[in-house]
Design a protein around this ligand. Structure first.
Ligand code: ADP
Ligand code: ADP
Ligand code: ZN
Length: 212
């Protein structure tokens, strides 16, 4: 399954819940880049330059890390891609990658949220290094500033400031939104309204999976 949508649509939030429910891994290219930035790897240093400007990390680098991640044993029974693919070349490479293993994309969930709502959402977003995401008003943790799952200290992402969010939205409309048509041509798209409460969106997605 692929989760598609603009920055702040709720991809990470849904992916974390679905991963627990369906017992398949949540793979977020953004999380992989952030972990590399934190530990100071060469990949992290390169990725940071793009991420801080609201631009996409180049396709060859991004495809490489996904290819590596999919080699893990935990991916055998499926996985949830959060934030990948984000360009047409990435989607084409991903199809080829899966095809080599006699696999294919089964469902693409397109989470729709208007641009105006996104800027507001991002300013309240709080992240945990374990992959969970919170919002100070919409989805607060039980204890302020701490993760419900792992107790980790929540942080604000550097790229969630307003100027960068505006750049990321531009990048989304130019490079990522064409993927909706790409997957619609393959009849794989489930459109969901990302403005609904979190648990309603989760239910809609689970119902669509049951039907498959
Ligand atoms: P969000 O879901 O809020 O848009 P992510 O955590 O998915 O943010 O991504 C953060 C940043 O990491 C992106 O703005 C981009 O710079 C980079 N990134 C993540 N996934 C990809 C990808 N598939 N291709 C290129 N860059 C990516
Ligand atoms: P993405 O991974 O698409 O960038 P996130 O899952 O990180 O998006 O969500 C962005 C912010 O919006 C977070 O602070 C999250 O808690 C909040 N959020 C997610 N889904 C909803 C929703 N349905 N309604 C309101 N806020 C939401
Ligand atoms: Zn955590």
């Amino acid at each position: 399954m692929i989760l598609l949508g603009p920055p702040g649509a709720g991809k990470g939030t849904q992916a974390a819940i679905l991963s627990q429910t369906l017992k398949i891994p949540h793979i977020s290219t953004g999380d992989i880049f952030r972990a590399n930035i934190k530990s100071g790897t060469e990949l992290g240093v390169i990725a940071k330059r793009y991420i801080d400007e609201g631009k996409l990390v180049p396709d060859d680098i991004t495809i490489g890390i996904v290819e590596d991640r999919l080699k893990s044993d935990d991916c055998i029974n499926g996985f949830i891609m959060d934030g990948f693919p984000r360009t047409i070349p990435q989607a084409e490479m991903f199809d080829q990658m899966l095809d080599k293993h006699q696999k294919a994309v089964e469902l693409v969930v397109n989470i729709q949220v208007p641009d105006e709502a996104i800027i507001k959402r991002m300013s309240g977003r709080r992240m945990c290094a374990c992959g969970r995401t919170y919002h100070v008003e919409n989805n607060p943790p039980q204890k302020e500033g701490l993760c419900d799952t792992c107790g980790g200290t929540l942080y604000i992402r550097d790229d969630d400031r307003e100027e960068t969010v505006i750049e990321r939205l531009k990048t989304y409309h130019q490079q990522t939104s064409p993927l909706v048509a790409y997957y619609e041509a393959k009849k794989l798209v489930l459109n969901v309204d990302g403005m609904k409460p979190i648990d309603e969106t989760t239910k809609e997605i689970l119902t669509a999976i049951e039907k498959k």
